[in-house]
Design a protein around this ligand. Structure first.
Ligand code: FAD
Ligand code: DLZ
Ligand code: SF4
Length: 509
């Protein structure tokens, strides 16, 4: 009895139990489909990375003796949708049963369960083990209260998985978090480590994608493509990160710099999100670096918190809030994205750096996503759904389960504070403290009003002024509202006028 097993483009985990036995009657099916390339406009590197990694995975499965049916994007028999292709492939091979791994996006999960319900052969979903927690765990651990606290969740997962604990089950070093030690700007040393990622020539694949008519944006960089596309490459990247960058990871986690794009970040999110790496092994490698004295506790705890804490937490928020989360818009923001989100051409040095980097590399580190691009989007009242679509397309690591809560919840506060305890916004002061952007900027970071005033400044105060109704009773914002109360009517009116002029002229900032 033949069985078809569907492997999606973000399920490239060779250690899944599916692949432990070679069986002639099992056929693995992978498909490049317009359904997935077109649900949002993707960055060119994201398309190349997914297809290259899928093709490599299929070829490694074949090398291991498995039977694989691979459908390329321009295959004349490609029906460009997962259900239709499953029907064709099942018929072709005379499959009596279809299995799929639980998808990580609600959209595909719905589609496959509807397919299973209507199919005329049995269709079975199989769990994956790609995470430390189950889909519905955030809801269960934290109850149904309005606000969820990541820290509480993180502690419980650390205890359950016995990560960074001492023999008595207490947190290593006595503290659960060393975040307070980790907020430094980068003074230029230690030097940013050399880029450890592999080099690939994917020009032929890119031509095939373009010829098939798939639309995209951003630099393809196909001739010197820098993302890992198989597990061996991802493991080599993990090794290099642990050796060269982890010791400084947390100290400079929030730093930004015009000439250091990666700083001490791992660049592992793509490998993790397409499951070439398992989060358990990444966490274990980091913990080993601490235990063996290769990296300080604060650095290791900070890194592990991102994976064991934030990554699992946002996934739980996604499943607890879907469907409907995608329409969150607590502030009723409706302004369209300015054109320069697509080319980086703005005189704001921080935005230009962050956007150009995103468009050139399909990556920007967390604080650029949160405190530069997301910060501006929220202060300027950009439509959160458009912002979400942009983030979903532009980053190599963007899959809805992780991108949506980060964008709508953490960055845009569009869910009214279900995920973040206060909006992540700042004036120029924070950006200046954490980066060297303001030095070369056409705008004056110290000015609030006037032609050269940094747009972030008036927008920041105007944001809190406009949203008093929603925010002024938030006890984490007491200081902000006390400062706002010190502006006299004239100063407040000048801020409002300046903010109005900024958003009216947003296309030419
Ligand atoms: P590092 O800084 O080295 O961190 C290590 C790992 O921790 C990452 O690889 C990632 O797996 C995990 N991690 C860190 N922060 C988060 C977080 N907030 N949520 C989930 N995992 C986290 N991350 C994505 O993987 N996909 C996205 O689509 C995505 N969209 C984002 C959108 C916004 C608005 C913001 C503010 C953050 C977003 N993040 C997203 C989180 C974070 O910015 C990226 O995971 C990180 O920049 C990836 O680069 P890195 O691998 O070098 O991460
Ligand atoms: C992101 C993506 C893209 C661009 N293309 C494909 C594809 O052609 N085939 C495929 O199986 N997966 C692709 N993916 C990843 C899927 O979007 C992802 O597997 C689902 O959304 C589930 O998370
Ligand atoms: Fe950004 Fe304002 Fe600084 Fe310019 S002055 S880099 S716009 S924060």
């Amino acid at each position: 009895m033949k069985t078809l097993r569907l492997v999606l483009g973000d399920q490239l985990d060779p250690n899944h139990h599916w692949f432990s036995d070679v069986r002639a009657e099992t056929i693995y099916v992978l498909m490049e489909v317009r359904q997935e390339t077109d649900y949002t406009l993707h960055h060119a590197q994201k398309l190349i990375a997914i297809f290259a990694a899928m093709r490599r995975f299929a070829s490694l499965l074949r090398d291991a003796g498995h039977r694989v049916h691979y459908i390329e994007i321009d295959d004349p028999l490609n029906r460009q949708a997962i259900p239709a292709n499953l029907d064709s492939v099942a018929e072709l091979h005379g499959a009596a049963c279809i299995e799929y791994l639980l998808p990580d996006e609600w959209r595909v999960d719905q589609q496959l369960s509807a397919y299973a319900a209507a199919a005329n052969v049995p269709v079975r979903a199989v769990d994956t083990g790609h995470f430390h927690t189950t889909r519905d765990e955030v809801g269960h651990v934290l109850g149904t209260g309005r606000s969820w606290i990541m820290d509480r969740f993180y502690r419980s997962i650390r205890v359950r998985h016995r990560v960074l604990l001492d023999a008595e089950g207490r947190p290593a070093g006595g503290q659960w978090s060393y975040d307070a030690e980790n907020r430094q700007a980068w003074p230029g040393s230690p030097a940013e480590p050399a880029d450890w990622r592999p080099h690939h020539d994917h020009r032929a694949l890119w031509q095939q994608i373009v010829a098939a008519g798939v639309r995209s944006f951003g630099e393809p960089s196909a001739g010197d493509f820098r993302w890992p596309v198989d597990r061996a490459e991802a493991l080599a990247c993990l090794d290099a990160f642990i050796r060269d960058a982890l010791p400084f990871f947390a100290q400079f986690q929030d730093a930004m710099h015009g000439s250091a794009r990666r700083l001490f970040h791992s660049m592992l999110s793509f490998a993790l999100n397409v499951k070439m790496l398992n989060p358990r092994e990444v966490v274990a490698r980091a913990e080993h670096a601490y235990r063996s004295g290769a990296a300080p506790l604060a650095a290791v705890e900070g890194f592990i918190r991102q994976i064991l804490g934030w990554r699992e937490f946002v996934r739980g928020v996604y499943w607890a809030r879907m469907p409907g989360y995608e329409n969150s818009n607590a502030f009723g923001h409706r302004r369209p994205l300015p054109h320069w989100f697509w080319d980086g051409r703005t005189r704001m040095a921080c935005m230009s750096h962050a956007l150009r980097q995103s468009l050139e590399d399909a990556h920007a580190h967390h604080i650029l996503r949160l405190m530069v691009i997301g910060n501006f989007a929220l202060l300027a009242g950009l439509d959160p759904h458009e912002v979400h679509e942009w983030y979903l397309g532009v980053y190599i690591d963007a899959f809805e389960w992780v991108e949506m809560p980060n964008t709508l919840g953490m960055s845009q506060y569009a869910d009214g504070g279900a995920m973040a305890t206060k909006p992540y916004v700042s004036s120029a002061a924070y950006i200046h403290r954490m980066s060297n952007y303001c030095k070369g900027c056409a705008y004056d970071r110290n000015a609030r009003t006037g032609a050269r005033a940094c747009p972030f400044n008036a927008l920041y105060w105007d944001f809190f002024d406009r949203h008093r109704g929603v925010l002024q009773h938030n006890n984490r914002l007491g200081m902000v509202y006390r400062q706002l109360a010190r502006f006299d009517d004239e100063a407040l009116e000048a801020i409002r006028m300046q903010a109005d002029s900024v958003v009216r002229n947003i296309e030419s900032l």
